[in-house]
Design a protein around this ligand. Structure first.
Ligand code: 5GP
Length: 174
């Protein structure tokens, strides 16, 4: 990782400003209510931790982990639940929090799976969106930043389990 060339894409200051606006928007939309926030492990854990601490409404938290079977960092579409949530979500307002949407395959699968459990509402908040790379149609309800193609790391996002701890988001330069 140390030898890998990378460039800051979003600094921690820019990230925290954007998260405050996102949290305000979400708090307005769910005013008077209570949310179950479901973070997708591992990449979303830092984004989720910052986001929920900026919300002005109460929330409960849970986590899901998905396994995507295929080669490397490219989503194959064969997605399965590796770790399920523990909270019942029937009749609840649920917000999925994910690090990045790329092909859309992972989130389409998770949304379909959780909808079968009859939540009152189900929305998705993504930190980053690579809109141009969709294989299936998918639109997040809340988006931190839309980015071009390119591999990003930091702020929870990894490269072979490295770089998650970095406070800024970087794009890898070949
Ligand atoms: P999708 O099913 O939308 O193609 O896959 C989304 C998942 O692919 C993300 O949760 C993430 O794990 C991974 N991913 C896609 N693009 C990137 C990227 O640029 N950087 C990192 N670290 N992970 C990515």
């Amino acid at each position: 990782m140390k030898s890998m060339k990378k460039e800051v894409l979003f600094s921690k200051e820019v990230i925290s400003g954007r998260i405050r606006s996102l949290a305000d928007e979400i708090s307005r939309d769910y005013a008077g209510g209570e949310l179950i926030v479901i973070g997708v492990l591992k990449g979303a854990f830092i984004f989720m931790a910052d986001l929920i601490r900026s919300l002005q409404i109460p929330c409960m938290v849970d986590f899901a982990q998905l396994a995507s079977y295929g080669s490397g960092s490219v989503s194959s579409g064969n997605v399965a639940i590796k770790k399920d949530i523990g909270l019942p979500i029937a009749g609840k307002d649920v917000l999925i929090v994910e690090d990045i949407v790329d092909t859309g395959l992972t989130l389409s699968f998770l949304v379909k799976t959780l909808k079968e459990r009859s939540p009152r509402s189900l929305k998705v908040c993504v930190f980053l969106d690579k809109k141009m790379r969709r294989k299936v149609p998918f639109t997040a309800d809340y988006t931190g930043f839309t980015i071009d193609d390119g591999f990003v790391v930091g702020y929870g996002l990894d490269f072979n389990e490295q770089a998650r701890f970095l406070p800024d988001v970087y794009v890898i330069k070949e």
